[in-house]
Design a protein around this ligand. Sequence first.
Ligand code: HEC
Length: 163
Amino acid sequence: MDRTRLRKGTTAETPTLCTRRGTRLRRRDAADNTTFDFADNCANCHAGDDFTADRFKNIGLYNSRDLSDAGRFEITKDSSHLGHFRIPGLRNVAVTAPYMHNGMFGSLREVLDYYNHPDKVVQGAIHRDLSLSTPLNLSEQEITDIEAFLMALTDDQFIQNKN
Ligand code: HEC
């Protein structure tokens, strides 16, 4: 993976990482062939062209104590919606910090550290999605690669046109 190109990546370049079947991010460390698969671990929620399925899910940021925003439940009063928040799209995510509904993570690195081991960051999460029940056990290299991948979803043209 050519880091320089990834960091400067535009939407036009990202298809090298995004296939029609999903988004596959492979670890390119010659010393180790393990593969982190965005499709398996993230795209069940962050799906489609903009990496959002426009649905609501609980990634474990509600514990009714220090994290007391119950999310979608506040509107529907349906207890199955406790801790559910809208799945945000990931296009241009590198430039939209802070992250999550409450801005609790200041960087993508912090977001990835969270997904890597949610229980280390939030104690007593209520109804966290089962797909996040096992720590990902990512290596440093894998975290760096996913971070580079997320940065590559930045569309320079979009940013320039914004103002
Ligand atoms: C169970 C569904 C689900 C899975 C699996 C999931 N996400 Fe998320 N993601 C969400 C939801 C919901 C939010 C918003 C939570 C909030 O606002 O509190 C979110 C937020 C984010 C954000 C912050 C975006 C922003 O603008 O605030 C990033 C970055 C992110 N996810 C990346 C990932 C990556 C990388 C993976 C795989 C390791 C992943 N997600 C797996 C549902 C999921």
